[in-house]
Design a binder for this molecule. Structure first.
Ligand code: PHE
Ligand code: ZN
Length: 883
């Protein structure tokens, strides 16, 4: 790991492996201090390379012996390579090695957590278990035998089906598993420990029976019902929507509290961060329930998009991730039900894309959906590969329609089941299945979405000719990170003054297009002329956010207000609310003056809040101000404190001006009866929580005790975490006098629930800064007995929340945030490089900062870069930031 051999890997250097491994037979003698691994591989030469040694990869391993066809052979080690003299024919390779699971704090490979064994092999963890051709295009059939102490590790799991189990001498037992599907090593998994399972037998459409199991630590079983329900719903959905059945007799899901990511799609044995699996009404919020449903679905959907068809190399990561995020989004929208609930999901996706992926795509780590090079692949599990990748997949569906997209999927599986393929293969299947579509003639251009980084900026200018009844729309695109124009589907409509959806007819078209259409912007600039337009229209562009772009349409306030009131597209109604707020914040920030919200804006927000037809969930989204990170992306030079001050002022004024409306909203949206994690109730709770936050904010400002008192009572009495945490957040975020008491009450009540304690840290680290108090508190929390860098969830809940998610607290004129960041990145790097590299990314956008932040950030980066002991993970991030 720290051998200073950081190497840049290039996509175009791909070569097929010199050997294939057809079968793998592994035996584990599990011991936390020293686990012995014996491997038997059937190795075949790739006929294209008839001679030469076999080069396997291994990290942090001790090799014991190497046999070919049962005979010892000579081998040598060079860095992470094990170089074995190999005959010019097929052979059986036997390896023995050890590793040290309990010393493995990087949580990649075989490690222990809470006294049990777990593995994490994506992307390159398998080589930390045994020497291997650890690359996704080497697919083998695995048989795995686990041997361990029976009392300590009563449950022994691996991929596939259980062949045999039984007792051994010395209090040990064994289990033998076989996975019939060839798979790349990154999908390998074993689990051993004292776990309990929720089980369910189901019969799928084909009449096949399956056993579903969710394994967790004793005591967590009551938090697994939601995950099980989500799994069953996912299985049913994938069969119904894409014709993709569950292909294993047994499907297992396991929770672990030390995990670097959300979850992992190992074949038949998904491993989950407990934060992405466990939920009860008492410990999890609506947002948690929703996220768990999405992640359970995501990992399940990988069984086809990722496992049955996998990636040829890691540059193709978005082939499985972008596609699987797209699939889990479609699933979540179908589960949400109503059109309004679907729109709210879309709004949340876009909010997240803008707050995280847009800055990424403009910053030091900018890369295309299919990157061209990397030093450390772990650094490329990014919002670009996942979320922008999902947007790209969504654009296929926009261009092909739902049916055309389904046809493309069917062809993709027909061609590639059992193979390791590329993004080009996916694109070809989509186009070939739809030869008459606009995609098939523009495929090469569409594929620039994979190769070009950067967020395209679209500008739109419309002109109405009242005499000729013509409306001319000029769309142009530019992308500071790329040169070639991209193919951008712009879903749109024209809205009249009274809100009527105007019929669309393009000059030159034979047929009219109804009231909504998709324009294809394919050139740098293009003009679309609509005819027979009888009134001066307001254009509603990029409906549903039909492409991941920044749109500058220059709409006036009256036009935005028209869209906010009337647009038939709920997403664009929301967008109008955001644009109205964004304009005002930007004006104050750029003008260097205090923000003062005008009557028209406040009345528009009041109208949304009081609207008799809009759903509560939608209202909560429309009334929320844009995120600081998205605001920053609109500016050339970023003063984080100016943005912070404006956003806080806007919240204060919304709280004050709408005070009576917030009271009404709070009372009117109380959910009666028991807690159910359904969209409708969740929407009411979201709006009630926002209202409570506003009321506590306003009361704290004026020194009135009633609402803070009610919030405090709700922290104590709520019968579910959503309301309890909402009230706690209201107090903490408003810096209310009762916040401290509420925090300690909450902590005491949930001290034994790690995931709730994470929330407690997170809330304090992410509170809006006021006079440096949030930063000081976060610093103190580093010394809290419950804080540790070793548990990723806990470390993230304090440090990532503070440094990466709370610009107002992090960017300080005294550079205190940057000093703390550099120290903590270094400390974390010695424990867990992957995690440290995430924290390191807090500085991605430092070059756009105003002084004194910019200069101080540079110094902190340089200091960190000077350390000789950095991992490749952190080194790559810091080097790119300084380039
Ligand atoms: N492949 C996992 C997922 O999306 C993410 C992951 C990557 C987990 C690397 C662990 C390590 O779904
Ligand atoms: Zn995934």
């Amino acid at each position: 790991m720290r051998e200073g051999q950081a190497q840049v890997i290039h996509r175009l250097d791909y070569q097929a492996p010199a050997f294939w491994i057809a079968t793998v037979d592994l035996t584990f003698d599990l011991d936390p201090a020293k686990t012995l691994i014996t491997a038997k591989h059937a190795v075949k030469r790739n006929p294209a390379q008839a001679h030469g040694p076999l080069v396997l990869l291994g990290e942090e391993l001790t090799p014991l012996r190497v046999l070919i066809d049962g005979e010892p052979v000579s081998f040598r080690q060079e860095g992470h390579e094990l170089i074995i003299e190999a005959p010019d024919r097929d052979f059986e390779l036997t390896l023995r090695n050890t590793c040290a699971p309990e010393k493995n704090t990087a949580l990649s490979g075989l490690y222990t957590s809470g006294g049990s064994f777990f593995t994490q092999c994506e992307a390159e963890g398998f080589r930390r278990i045994t020497y291997f051709l650890d690359r996704p295009d080497v697919m083998a059939v695995y048989t795995v035998t686990l041997r361990a102490d029976k009392a300590k590790y009563p449950i022994l799991l691996a991929n596939g089906n259980l062949l045999e189990q039984g007792d051994l001498d010395g209090g040990k037992h064994f289990a033998k598993w076989h996975d019939p599907f060839p798979k790349p090593s990154y999908l390998f998994a074993v689990v051993a420990g004292d776990l309990v399972a929720r089980e369910q037998r189901i019969t799928t459409r084909s009449g096949k029976e399956h056993l579903l199991q969710v394994f967790v630590r004793r005591g967590d079983l009551d938090k697994t019902e939601h995950a099980m329900n989500s799994l069953i719903a996912s299985i049913i959905w994938d069969e119904a929507r894409f014709n993709l059945p569950l292909d294993l007799e047994r499907f297992m899901v396991v929770g672990v509290s030390d995990f670097n990511m959300g979850a992992m799609e190992n074949k038949g044995l998904n491993i989950f961060n407990t934060s992405a699996l466990l939920a009860s009404p008492a410990t999890a919020t609506d947002a948690d329930f929703q996220r768990i449903e999405a992640i359970v679905a995501h990992e399940y959907f990988h069984n086809w998009t990722g496992n049955r068809v996998t990636c040829r190399d890691w540059f193709q990561l978005s082939l499985k991730e972008g596609l699987t995020v797209f699939r889990d989004r479609e699933f979540s929208m179908d589960m949400a039900g109503s059109d309004s609930a679907r729109a709210v999901q879309r709004i949340q996706q876009v909010r997240n894309l803008r707050a995280i992926q847009f800055p990424e795509d403009a910053g030091s780590m900018a890369h295309s959906v299919r990157p061209d090079s990397y030093t450390e692949i772990n650094n490329f599990y990014t919002a670009t590969v996942y979320e922008k990748g999902a947007e790209v997949v969504g654009m296929y569906q926009t261009l092909l329609g739902r049916e055309g997209f389904a046809k493309g999927m069917a062809l993709y599986f027909q061609r590639h089941d059992g193979q390791a393929v590329t993004c080009d293969d996916f694109a070809a299947a989509m186009a070939d299945a739809n030869p008459d579509s606009p995609l098939s003639t523009r495929l090469e251009q569409f594929k620039r979405w994979y190769s070009q980084p950067g967020t395209p900026h679209i500008s739109a200018r419309g002109e109405y000719d009242a005499a000729a009844h013509r409306y001319t729309l000029v769309l142009s695109q530019r992308n500071g990170k790329a040169t070639e124009p991209q193919l951008i589907p712009v879903r749109m409509g024209l809205v009249g003054h009274e809100g009527q959806a105007l019929p669309l007819q393009l000059e030159g078209d034979i047929e009219a297009r109804g009231t909504e259409t998709v324009l294809l912007l394919e050139k740098a600039e293009q003009t679309f002329t609509f005819i027979n337009v009888l009134v001066d229209p307001t254009p509603s562009l990029l409906r549903g956010f039909s492409a991941p772009v920044l749109l500058e349409d220059g709409l006036s306030d009256p036009e935005l207000l028209t869209l906010l009131r009337f647009d038939s597209d709920a997403f664009n109604r929301w967008e109008a609310s955001q644009r109205l707020g964004l304009k005002r914040i930007l004006r104050a920030v750029q003008g260097g003056h205090a923000l003062q919200l005008d009557h028209a804006y406040l009345e528009a927000m009041r109208a949304v809040l009081r609207h008799p037809q809009l759903d509560a969930a939608f209202k909560a989204e429309a009334l929320r101000l844009p995120d600081a990170a998205y605001i920053a992306e609109q500016l050339e030079v970023v003063d984080p404190q100016a943005i912070h001050a404006s956003v806080e002022a806007a919240w204060d004024q919304l709280a004050q001006a709408l005070r009576g409306d917030w009271e009404w909203a709070f009372e009117a949206h109380q959910v009666k009866g028991g807690y159910r994690p359904v969209a409708e109730d969740a929407g009411r709770r979201a709006l009630a929580n926002l209202a409570l936050a506003m009321l506590v904010r306003e009361s704290t400002r004026t020194g009135e005790p009633v609402w803070p008192g009610r919030a405090y009572q709700q922290v104590k009495d709520a019968n579910n975490m959503t309301e309890r945490f909402g009230a706690l957040a209201a107090l903490v975020n408003a810096h209310a006098g009762l916040a401290d008491a509420a925090l300690s009450h909450f902590h005491q009540q949930f001290a034994h629930e790690a995931l709730v304690v994470d929330k407690w840290f997170m809330l304090q680290a992410r509170a809006p800064e006021r006079d440096g108090k949030v930063f000081e508190r976060a610093k103190k929390l580093l010394q809290h007995p419950g804080f540790t860098l070793k548990n990723p969830n806990r470390a993230r809940s304090l440090l990532v929340q503070l440094c990466n998610m709370n610009p107002g607290a992090f960017h300080r004129a005294d550079a205190g945030g940057y000093v703390l960041w550099a120290e903590q990145v270094a400390a974390m790097d010695a424990i867990n490089p992957q995690l440290a590299a995430r924290l390191a990314r807090a500085m991605d956008r430092w070059t756009t900062l105003a002084e004194p932040y910019r200069g101080a950030a540079q110094v902190a980066l340089q200091r960190l870069a000077e350390r000789s002991s950095l991992s490749n993970d952190v080194r790559e991030i810091v080097t790119k930031a300084l380039e």
